[in-house]
Design a protein around this ligand. Structure first.
Ligand code: ADP
Ligand code: MG
Length: 228
């Protein structure tokens, strides 16, 4: 419990700082990106084409880190509406299937009837996609990722189950800590964003892991008093 508090305070602090500087950083980045694009279209820069492309790609990846930071910045859910998680998942399916197919993996849905919740659609998409991407990244080609929804008592549960090799005990306690990653190209922000979004809805994230796979559960309590 105490550990959870420290983690959330840490997230809030990082979030506030991020919100303050994000715009100041984005503006010059947009200018630089614009000029790079101009250079790209000029014949005289032909020999630097590959470098220019790489520079734009790097700028875009820096920009997406800022976006993730901004998700940490907010600590209250805003603009919530009555939505069904199943609908959000179904809308995301083509995107998730494209992600999976890129690495020769598969996605299945096991959705059951669940009541609507008060949610912000953008945040839910971000939460689901971050869990799905981690699941896909944890598996070898041929692996199956299953997304489930069900009602358990008063809780609406979202489950993202992969057939990866599991999470080491030493890593388990670090999950959700900003910048914790075991991947060469990882940002270590995906789960921090998930925990932060879940906390805004009073939802709890639980992990069940073994060497044959991992399931992340997001449990939404009902009724969601905060929004009623
Ligand atoms: P990133 O994906 O950029 O590494 P995340 O915050 O999304 O950052 O995840 C942090 C770390 O948690 C990952 O590097 C990985 O070690 C571990 N992890 C998260 N999800 C899974 C999963 N489904 N299976 C195995 N390990 C996972
Ligand atoms: Mg990730």
């Amino acid at each position: 419990m105490e550990k959870e508090m420290v983690r959330l305070e840490q997230l809030n602090l990082i979030g506030e700082m991020a919100a303050g500087i994000a715009h100041e950083i984005r503006n010059p980045m947009t200018t630089v990106r614009g000029f790079l694009q101009v250079f790209q279209s000029k014949d005289s820069f032909m020999e630097f084409r590959d470098y220019l492309e790489l520079m734009i790609k790097e700028l875009d990846s820096a920009n997406s880190i800022i976006t993730e930071f901004l998700y940490l910045a907010k600590n209250k859910a805003v603009d919530v509406e009555k939505l069904n998680l199943n609908t959000i998942i179904e809308t995301l399916l083509p995107l998730m299937q494209a992600d999976a197919a890129n690495s020769e993996k598969y996605t299945n849905l096991e959705l059951t009837d669940i009541p609507d919740l008060y949610l912000n659609e953008k945040e839910m998409r971000q939460l689901i996609l971050n869990l799905v991407r981690n699941g896909l990244e944890a598996m070898s080609p041929g692996g199956n990722l299953t997304i489930k929804t069900y009602l358990e008592g008063q809780e609406v549960v979202l489950g993202v189950q992969d057939q990866g090799t599991g999470i080491e005990p030493g890593s388990l306690e670090k999950l959700g800590t900003p910048f914790f990653t075991t991947k060469d190209q990882g940002t270590g922000l995906g789960l921090a964003v998930c925990y932060s979004i879940a906390a805004r809805y009073n939802a709890v994230i639980k992990v069940d892991t073994s060497p044959s796979g991992t399931t992340f559960f997001v449990r939404f309590r009902r009724p969601q008093q905060a929004f009623l």
